[in-house]
Write a protein of this length. Structure first.
Length: 255
């Protein structure tokens, strides 16, 4: 049975093959994420050994044990390498893996609508640029290049303004902070301030204008607009109201 242990702060995978005890030291720090990743690999090794598909160089190409098992033939069953891919023993996951790991970690704490919104931002903008990167390849300069690309108009696309670019940078920053801490890598998202934005002037309706509007609105929308004008509810809050949140007897609405 393959097991995962730790030695000198790094994870080790321990298993028996052909009655030989094999211990492979990795460069993975002892974190929950890395343990989970290595435990999955341990199960793949067990499965490959049971099916007589295990070939040492496929999992540990740089191991000294490869020489020990050099006389063993390569499995003839097409190696099933789609199922048993070589193990990459380093603290350098892809940025895409880190992004979806971060989404999964936060999924249970967010509303479904918020999760969908953040996921769309990541897949549409962040992964379009960083999707082919490994975590170790993400640098401060590449982050600045990404932000500049957001602000640059593309064919058939309108350039993103500074305010929206700042919103897109928030999940990017959080993914990088979490992923680098988890994998024991330096955080490249340092000394990058939000872009300055210009606030649009606010010109609210006067009381007379509100009164005039309500006098002319259709009856079926009157209560809706009265609540919009006089309660301060946000669009999502009022549009998502359920009857169980409305107490007509007490004149209360629970948000």
């Amino acid at each position: 049975m393959a097991k995962v242990s730790v030695r000198t702060g790094k994870l080790v995978i321990d298993f028996r093959y052909k009655n030989v005890r094999c211990r492979e030291q990795t460069n993975l720090a002892d974190t929950d994420f890395n343990r989970t990743k290595l435990e999955i690999t341990a199960k793949k090794i067990e499965s490959a050994i049971r099916q007589d598909l295990f070939y040492y160089p496929d999992f540990f190409p740089n191991s000294k044990k490869c020489q020990h098992f050099a006389e063993l033939p390569r499995p003839s069953k097409d190696l099933a390498l789609n199922e048993f891919s070589p193990l990459k023993l380093e603290n350098n996951p892809t940025f895409t893996e880190c992004a979806f790991q971060w989404l999964e970690d936060n999924k249970t704490t967010w509303k479904e609508s918020h999760f969908t919104s953040i996921k769309n931002v990541i897949t549409k903008h962040v992964l379009e640029f960083f999707g082919q990167y490994h975590l170790e390849e993400v640098t401060r300069q590449s982050i600045l290049d990404f932000r500049q690309e957001l602000l640059t108009s593309k064919p058939r696309q309108t350039a993103i303004n500074a305010d929206w670019a700042n919103h897109i940078m928030v999940p990017l920053r959080r993914i990088i902070i979490e992923a680098t801490a988890r994998n024991g890598l330096p955080n490249p998202y340092t000394n990058i301030d939000p872009l300055p934005t210009s606030k649009n002037p606010i010109n609210p309706l006067t009381v007379n204008e509100v009164t005039r509007f309500l006098k002319n609105v259709a009856d079926e929308f009157l209560i809706y607009y009265m609540m919009r004008f006089f309660t301060g509810l946000r669009p999502a809050e009022i549009d998502g109201l359920k009857w169980q949140q409305v107490n007509l007897r007490l004149g209360k609405i629970e948000i």
